[in-house]
Design a protein around this ligand. Structure first.
Ligand code: KDG
Length: 347
């Protein structure tokens, strides 16, 4: 009898250890058959930017919201600076269910769904407010929903921002100044085409490799929004920033569909709400940083070149063929809808 009790106790302890292991390695879903109060979920959210960036601040807001509203049934663990891999690797991990959340720019998502190239067309969104209206409206939602086919749940668009050029060689103020410059781009055909049209030599590479590539002279320059240039200390390896604002770059907060489908519906709701609450805060923080930090770049010793409207137009004209080249590949219907909506909102 005593032995029997021992065996039962051992079996119980063993099964508890097993439950604990499952909860860690599969992101925390203890699986069907367990009672509601035992279910615990872990969301590992990874990004490429560092923990000073508004993107990370947005994730902190998400974590706070989700942990509070789920009453501890969800734990959110945050990873920055490509600790879990680059954008494409993390999206693949989401598809496999070995990571739960990431937040890439739209540019690398095009390796999964070409329609996202629409948002990376040069000089598309005339203001962040128009970008918000389109991204948060039916067109943006349609693209987010489409990600489900690829094993991803698109939760919300956050903001990376208007991208600007930095380099180490020339105070760029015209397309002619770009001739032969080796520019790191994100892994996206539209971005490559844009820089080729300007006469530069674009080199696609993941964000995590960029700083070293600039330091070692593998590339002369790159393009990113002001908060990234400032907070990632690109001034240490770059002399010039030209405020080209050549493309508005959204982020997509996304989740593994395998993980999402395993959440009880009330927790799916908490995750969706958290993504929106954090989106609004993240955009506000990003916009405040964008305003403040352009002067900060000067204080850090960079030469910051502001373009006149005529100079900006020269960049626009030199790259105007990009939309036509990609209209069909992206899907003419999607592109036309976006352009018509921008037109409507601009008037
Ligand atoms: O966390 C997001 C980054 O990984 C990346 O998308 C940032 O804009 C970016 C870039 O240039 O790669």
């Amino acid at each position: 009898m005593r032995n029997m009790k021992k065996i039962v106790a051992l079996m119980l302890a063993f099964s508890l250890v097993l439950v604990g292991c499952t909860s860690k390695s599969t992101g925390g879903n203890t699986g069907p058959g367990t009672s509601a109060e035992q279910e615990k979920f872990v969301i590992r959210a990874g990004i490429g930017l560092n923990d000073q960036h508004p993107q990370f601040k947005g994730l902190e807001v998400f974590k706070e919201y989700v942990e509070r509203e789920s009453e501890g049934r969800i734990e959110v663990q945050l990873f920055h600076s490509s600790q879990l891999g680059d954008d494409i690797q993390m999206m693949e991990a989401l598809q496999l269910g070995s990571q739960e959340m990431t937040c890439p720019s739209t540019a690398p998502i095009t390796s999964i769904d070409k329609r996202f190239m629409a948002f990376d067309l040069p000089f598309l969104f005339p203001s962040p407010q128009i970008a918000d209206a389109i991204l948060d409206g039916p067109i943006g939602q349609e693209l987010l929903d489409g990600l489900q086919e690829s094993g991803l749940v698109g939760l919300a668009y956050w903001e990376n921002g208007y991208r600007h050029l930095t380099n180490n060689k020339v105070a760029v103020s015209s397309p002619a100044d770009m001739t032969g410059l080796k520019i790191r781009t994100m892994e996206n055909q539209v971005h490559l085409d844009f820089f080729r049209a300007l006469g530069a030599q674009p080199t696609p590479m993941p964000f995590g490799e960029l700083f070293t590539a600039m330091q070692q002279g593998v590339v002369d320059g790159q393009e990113n929004p002001v908060p990234t240039i400032y907070l990632q200390n690109f001034n240490e390896v770059q002399k010039y920033t030209t405020l080209t604002g050549h493309v508005y770059s959204p982020f997509v907060l996304m989740m593994s569909k395998i993980f999402y489908d395993g959440l009880p519906t009330d927790l799916q709701e908490v995750v969706r709400e958290g993504a929106i609450v954090a989106r609004d805060e993240q955009r506000a923080i990003n916009r405040a940083y964008t305003e403040e930090l352009a002067d900060g770049l000067r204080e850090k010793g960079m030469t910051v070149i502001e373009l006149t409207p005529e100079q900006q137009l020269a960049f626009q004209t030199a790259t105007s063929s990009t939309v036509e080249k990609f209209r069909n590949e992206i899907g003419a219907e999607t592109v036309n809808k976006i352009l018509a909506e921008i037109e409507r909102l601009s008037n």
